[in-house]
Design a protein around this ligand. Structure first.
Ligand SMILES: NC(=O)C1=CN([C@@H]2O[C@H](COP(=O)(O)OP(=O)(O)OC[C@H]3O[C@@H](n4cnc5c(N)ncnc54)[C@H](O)[C@@H]3O)[C@@H](O)[C@H]2O)C=CC1
Ligand SMILES: O=C([O-])CC(=O)C(=O)O
Length: 337
């Protein structure tokens, strides 16, 4: 009985939250690069449980056959395989990239650039060759610079479609919903806080003025809540004390985002997620905003919308940081020797 209430019921609830599909009638190929890592493994499990996924292709530099064998015993229709990079990515509908090094205490996300830029550049080159129509969801940090790297690689290969390349910022929304729900003492399922900008420090801009349900925090509470959301990644890095950064909450967030991408691919209406994309909406050439997702990725960019004075100031402060982060990514590809 306990197993039903503690394990099976939450599992069914999770599947329902992710999807309204009856299962199996239509499915997508999802590839995960970095599938054996702290994010990769739970994310692969969530994808194996997602009824929209008919084929799950796992790629990593290590341990992939073991992860794939383990997942393949889960009683869902989805076929799981460990593959070498080209086979894993080939003709994928959705490619999710959590490949790369995580932070340790004292590091910024930018400190990961030197190692992770190269990893993602190589993966993007492979994707350009064998899956140019895939929707690519980048988790690897620093997201603000790595997404421009993928786009520059695609431009060089003449395969660039800005509607198909996403920086995954969903964890910022998930955290905002959770923290606001805690403050309001309500169920987080009922809360939705859009988060715009980027995915590092002061570029993470929660729009508490547009929270559903409406919040009536004092100015001090809004400042404190905004800081907590901006600092939440570091909160986890410090709590893990050298053992990495957020993995389980990130896997949840990426699974939610991938599910929305697939709902868009299926032609569902009004699928909206915030994500960091090439954009002319925010004052920097990449900006996270709410997006309507569709059969080709971004169907409509809903832009910044109405901001209050505090949020306008946050955007102004974020723009120079984003411009610098973006330039680092663009230069990395164009000056690569
Ligand atoms: N966007 C976001 O909100 C978040 C992003 N992250 C980022 O996600 C990334 C991964 O984090 P974790 O899973 O905790 O790290 P991890 O070290 O546990 O796993 C990374 C995996 O990537 C694999 N890998 C390395 N180079 C590769 C390559 N060339 N091709 C394929 N796989 C490769 C490694 O073998 C490893 O299995 C980090 O950069 C981290 O900063 C983490 C949390 C939130
Ligand atoms: O903080 C980190 O390094 C990982 C990350 O992006 C997050 O948890 O938001």
């Amino acid at each position: 009985m306990k197993i039903f209430s503690q394990v099976i019921k939450p599992f069914i609830h999770l599947c329902n939250r992710f999807s309204s599909c009856k299962g199996g009638e239509e499915g997508f190929k999802v590839a995960i690069a970095g599938a054996s890592g702290g994010i990769g493994q739970p994310l692969s499990m969530l994808m194996k449980m997602n009824p929209f996924v008919k084929e799950l292709s796992l790629f990593d530099l290590q341990h992939t056959p073991g992860v794939a064998a383990d997942l393949s015993h889960i009683e869902t229709l989805c076929k799981v395989g460990p593959d070498q990079i080209y086979k894993a990515l080939k003709d994928a509908n959705v490619i999710i990239v959590p490949a790369g090094v995580p932070r340790k205490p004292g590091m910024t996300r930018d400190d990961l650039f030197n190692v992770n830029a190269n990893i993602v550049k190589e993966l993007a080159e492979a994707a350009a060759e064998v899956a140019p129509k895939a929707l690519i969801a980048i988790i690897t940090n620093p997201v603000n610079s790595v997404v421009p790297i993928v786009c520059e690689v695609m431009k060089k290969a003449d395969k660039f479609d800005p509607k198909r390349i996403f920086g995954v910022t969903t964890l910022d929304i998930v955290r905002s919903n959770t923290f606001v729900a805690e403050a309001l003492k309500i169920n987080p399922k009922e809360v939705n806080v859009p988060v715009i900008g980027g995915h590092a420090g002061n570029t993470i801009i929660p729009l508490l003025s547009r929270s559903t349900p409406r919040v009536s925090f004092s100015d001090e509470q809004i400042i404190a809540m905004t800081k907590r959301i901006q600092n939440a990644g570091t909160e986890v890095v410090e709590a893990k004390a050298g053992a990495g950064s957020a993995t389980l909450s990130m896997a949840y967030a990426a699974a939610r985002f991938a599910n929305s991408l697939m709902r868009g691919l299926r032609g569902e209406q009004n699928v909206i997620e915030c994500s960091y994309v090439a954009s002319d909406c925010g004052g920097a050439s990449y900006f996270a905003t709410p997006l309507v997702l569709g059969k080709d990725g971004v169907k409509e960019n809903l832009g910044l919308g109405e901001l209050n004075d505090f949020e306008k100031k946050e955007v102004e402060a974020a723009i120079p940081v984003l411009i610098e982060n973006i330039q680092a990514g663009v230069d990395f590809v164009n000056n690569f020797k």
